[in-house]
Design a protein around this ligand. Structure first.
Ligand code: SF4
Length: 413
């Protein structure tokens, strides 16, 4: 079935009420692609599947689900379960739990409130009760970790790791060594031993490098088939899947192989190439899935992403050192300039026409970076839109839709 035919069979966007609806809707939009539907299935089953595996005896831990954590945890035979993915199950009641029971100020970022409320609902169940935090996240999340510790979770929150804009040489070497020590501390907390099986970690690094290569290929194929894989699908596949494989590494890689085959078999449509407006997404994984839908409906295509593969892991040095060096050479190294380097590379790769900056209301950290990036891209002569969202259960607000539509229209003029 062609993309155009499939689009005639989709559920109406107005029927969408929550994130699960958006995923069901997105599956119907991608009716022609077994691989993309498989990736959505993996995404949907990430948290429930991990909780099932835990009930069956598998060791598992709530964690950020990116940076150094997944490779380390898989090597330690512990399932990494990204707490950010719990946002999908949250609703207005969760906001009230966070605000009324835990007294989070209303203006606190909704991602933090979602996580707290979901952990709260699990306090008396027999599910995963360990949380691996990351003090580099943000103060609201650090507060959430401390509260959950008080309410019975076993929490380990490692120290802040941050590479300033000009840090290099000896200072960088100190950061690398510091991060190696942090990883050993995590291993000790999880297993009782201050050691990581080296061969297993090498296997994980090789897997990650293989998948970074495969995702690079997916992004290249999307340049010439820009509407085959839509915004939500690529965001979940790249921002979540590539980091932690939705808890199922083998199945994730099989789905990516299938996707590459599908993309290679999809003929290039010249009309699509003329119509496409290549955009770069300079946000994380927003929980407001409707924003992606709004971009697609306005005729945009998110072809470049801040999470695009940027560097491979070195395989010629000890694996813990390789992971630590990779952390400080990528978009999450610390200062905003490191993410900007990735965005610049994506803009150049795609000859992008615009950049979409997206963050959460209540997040003072990301808003500073966004402002600096906006100025940088304006200086480069590139159009930018700065969107702020929050967790919400319904369709995107009329204001967001209007802004996105106007932005894409401006770019197509
Ligand atoms: S969006 Fe900002 S405040 Fe919210 S969890 Fe992320 S860093 Fe923290």
């Amino acid at each position: 079935m062609t993309v155009a035919t499939a689009l005639k069979h989709i559920q109406e966007p107005e029927e969408i009420n929550n994130q699960s609806d958006y995923i069901a809707y997105s599956k119907s939009v991608h009716d022609y692609s077994p691989a993309i539907k498989r990736l959505f299935d993996l995404s949907e089953d990430y948290v429930p599947g991990a909780e099932r595996a835990f009930q069956e005896g598998k060791s598992a831990v709530w964690c950020q689900g990116f940076n150094y954590q997944p490779a380390l945890l898989y090597a330690l035979d512990v399932l990494p379960v990204s707490y950010g993915e719990m946002g999908r199950y949250s609703d207005k009641e969760d906001m009230l739990i966070a605000e009324d029971f835990y007294q989070f100020p209303v203006e606190t970022c909704s991602m933090v409130k979602c996580a707290v409320a979901q952990w709260h609902k699990r306090i008396h169940s027999s599910t995963i009760k360990r949380i691996l935090g990351n003090a580099s996240s943000c103060e609201p999340f650090n507060l959430a970790f401390e509260i959950m510790r008080k309410y019975g979770y076993d929490v380990y929150n490692n120290e802040v790791s941050y590479r300033g804009p000009t840090v290099a040489g000896d200072r960088l070497e100190q950061l690398v060594n510091f991060t190696i020590e942090q990883m050993l501390d995590v291993a000790q907390w999880l297993t009782g031993e201050r050691a990581v099986p080296e061969e297993r970690l090498r296997v994980e690094i090789a897997r990650k490098n293989r998948l970074l290569g495969k995702l690079t290929k997916v992004l290249e194929l999307r340049r010439t088939r820009p509407f085959y894989m839509k915004s939500l699908a690529i965001i979940l596949t790249l921002n979540v899947g590539l980091n932690n494989y939705f808890g199922k590494p083998r199945e994730y890689e099989e789905a990516i192989d299938e996707l590459i085959q599908e993309l290679e078999n999809e003929p290039i449509n010249e009309k699509d190439l003329q119509a496409v407006i290549p955009l770069v997404w300079a946000g994380g994984t927003g929980q407001e899935f409707g924003i992606y839908e709004a971009i697609d409906l306005a005729g945009g295509a998110l072809l470049g992403l801040r999470s695009a593969p940027f560097r491979l892991y070195r395989e010629d040095i000890p694996p813990l050192e390789s992971i630590a060096r990779w952390v400080y050479e990528n978009s999450s190294a610390g200062a905003g300039v490191y993410a900007r380097n990735v965005l610049d590379a994506e803009v150049d790769r795609l000859k992008a026409r615009g950049v979409i900056l997206y963050g959460y209301i209540g997040c003072s950290f990301a808003s500073v970076d966004r402002e600096m990036w906006r100025r940088h891209f304006h200086d480069r002569g590139l159009a930018c839109i700065n969107l702020e969202g929050s967790f919400q259960t319904g369709a995107p607000t009329g204001q967001v839709l209007t802004r996105i539509k106007a932005f894409v229209e401006l770019l197509s003029a």
